[in-house]
Design a protein. Structure first.
Length: 343
């Protein structure tokens, strides 16, 4: 491949609402368990070659079987392994716009893309069209809730797609903020399904890079052949151990983000000139009448708030805003009122 992955540059600003990170750092109870685990292990030793202990911890966290659970340095690593397994020489169906790394990973794996474009202002999935495209695809890759548009596939459409029997990757990076419930029922019913999960968004440990893939043991064996041995390291193991011991902490953190997201969306609905798109993620799309997305992002950056421009949606005026904590949300709302005054 001639070029590596890159993302649009974001103007620096004191308040960072551009990376879909957690609004709080790791919980104190999590941090204590995480650091205690690292103090007990011999750092001079390589971790188990098949990452079995980390896989066991991830399986406990998500209630899945260890034989069908793989772990990686972030969910992108296991996603890349799944694409390397199933995308080579084939067509991969995605929604678009979606996670900006998908095209690069698909090309890297030797596949080609099929896209269903999501159009403003509601970015709804045309279900029959998507199903029709799926019949011509070799692999499905769907982020739900979708980054950056925030929508979800309906359970009925998921069932139609999975019933095709084709390898299907459900990118569940934002699962905890949505409405799709227990992933175990989906995995049990559909052995062709692979679900990726991450500790970055809810647990506040994006710097650790801890992710996993849950699927049938048969598919896990195939994907595992594309993962490096002795990876990931003990920090990923420690993170999954801590999270598995504190499931209620994860639920509470996710609920707090959802509450703050909905508070911000309700407040934005009352502000003139601004339009926010309903979202099931820890982010939402926002636009200001009369500006394109670049202008809105620049105005916010000059006022001290960094948001994410979305190249494909800039002409329609949209930027992506990460849900921060309530104090950050108040700052954002105040800045938006200030920069749009007089428009």
């Amino acid at each position: 491949m001639s070029t590596g992955y890159s993302r649009p540059e974001v103007a620096p600003a004191p308040l960072r609402l551009d990376l879909n990170e957690a609004p709080w750092d790791a919980d104190e109870a999590f941090r204590k368990l995480f650091l205690s685990f690292l103090e007990r292990v011999e750092l001079r030793r390589y971790p188990p070659m098949d990452a079995r202990p980390a896989r066991e911890a991830a399986a406990r966290l998500y209630g899945w079987q260890v034989e069908g659970t793989l772990v990686g340095n972030g969910s992108n690593e296991v996603l890349a392994a799944a694409l390397a397994t199933f995308a080579a020489g084939g067509k991969v169906l995605t929604l678009w716009p979606s996670f900006s790394i998908y095209p690069w990973l698909i090309r890297r794996a030797g596949g080609s893309e099929l896209r269903l474009w999501l159009k403003p202002p509601d970015f709804a999935v045309a279900e029959d069209e998507f199903f029709s495209l799926a019949q011509d695809a070799d692999l499905l890759l769907v982020c739900s809730p979708n980054n950056p548009t925030g929508g979800e596939l309906s359970p009925a459409l998921w069932r139609r797609l999975l019933s095709l029997g084709k390898p299907t990757i459900w990118d569940g990076a934002y699962w905890e903020f949505g409405s799709d419930g227990d992933m175990r029922s989906w995995l049990t019913e559909f052995p062709n399904l692979m679900v990726t999960r991450t500790l970055s968004k809810v647990w506040g440990v994006a710097g650790v890079r801890a992710g996993c893939l849950c699927t049938s043991p048969e598919l896990a064996k195939r994907v595992a052949k594309r993962l490096f041995p002795f990876a990931p390291g003990v920090a990923v193991w420690a993170a999954f151990e801590a999270a598995a011991a504190l499931p209620e902490v994860g639920r509470q953190r996710a609920q707090a983000v959802v509450a703050e997201r909905d508070r911000q969306l309700a407040a934005l609905a009352s502000l003139p000139k601004l339009e926010a798109v309903p979202s099931r993620g820890n982010f939402y799309l926002l636009r200001c009448q009369g500006w394109d997305g670049t202008q809105l992002a620049q105005a916010l950056a000059q006022a001290g708030v960094a948001v994410r421009p979305v190249e494909e949606l800039s002409a329609s005026g949209y930027v992506r805003v990460t849900v921060g904590n309530p104090e950050e949300g108040d700052t954002l709302l105040a800045v938006l009122q200030e920069v749009t005054r007089g428009l």
